[in-house]
Design a protein around this ligand. Structure first.
Ligand code: DX5
Ligand code: ZN
Length: 220
């Protein structure tokens, strides 16, 4: 089970009991995935910096902040100061992704770049070896509870090959529609860090759901 990670997405948590839901996963999860949406890049608005600052006070979990926002360069410092450990932005949203990556790293944080399902996967190849995480969206960003897009398989395989060919240690992460039934297959396609919203927080026992996802991911 060593090279698989699970990052529960709090988008599927009950915001009225947010800290209770985070505590339910903190010992089993590898990261806490935090979806920030601005109503511009995606057709939804979630939450932002003050919420991250607040939850930071009550857990030592690694925060994997997924910025679904335009002009990410304007907000990197704020999200770093709020307590993010990783900051992931969309390749579609940055005019100069290299400088965004540099500013994340200059703040001592782990950097990630994410790619929309309609963007050619090759768009992120220049950042292999430069970022810590490449986040492949396996649903259309904006909402939880959608089904995994089958077209992601080929994209993941291409990215896996490109990373392996370079001997890079960049982690392939996936976000959207991950379930116990498909995680083994997605792992085979090359992903290693799985964001999971509904399949963790809508489960009766979220901690157990994480362990089961890990088991299903590496069992074949
Ligand atoms: C979608 C978000 C995801 C979402 C995943 O825009 O980036 O992180 O919470 O939710 P599920 O796992 O329910 O597809
Ligand atoms: Zn996300």
């Amino acid at each position: 089970m060593k090279d698989i990670g699970i990052a529960p997405s709090i988008l599927a948590a009950d915001f009225g009991y947010l800290m209770r839901d985070i505590k339910a996963v903190e010992n089993n999860a590898d990261y806490l995935h935090i979806d920030v949406m601005d109503g511009h890049y995606v057709n939804n608005i979630s939450f932002g910096i003050p919420v991250i600052e607040s939850i930071r006070k009550y857990t030592d979990m690694k925060f994997y902040t997924h910025l679904m926002i335009t002009n990410p360069e304007k907000y990197i410092k704020a999200f770093a100061d709020a307590g993010s450990d990783n900051i992931t932005f969309h390749v579609e949203c940055a005019e100069d992704p290299d400088s965004v990556i540099d500013s994340i790293k200059a703040l001592g944080k782990s950097a990630g770049i994410s790619v929309h399902p309609d963007t050619p996967i090759e768009k992120v190849f220049p950042y292999i070896g430069k970022v810590d995480i490449i986040l492949v969206m396996t649903v259309y960003p904006g909402f939880g509870g959608q089904g995994y897009l089958e077209s992601s398989d080929e994209r993941l395989r291409k990215l896996r090959k490109a990373i392996d060919d370079q001997g890079a240690d960049t982690i392939i992460s996936v976000d959207g529609g991950v379930t116990k039934a498909n995680i083994g297959h997605i792992y085979e396609c090359g992903a290693r860090l799985f964001v999971a919203g509904s399949s963790v927080f809508r489960a009766e026992d979220p901690a157990k759901a994480i362990d089961e996802l890990k088991r299903c991911g590496t069992s074949s």
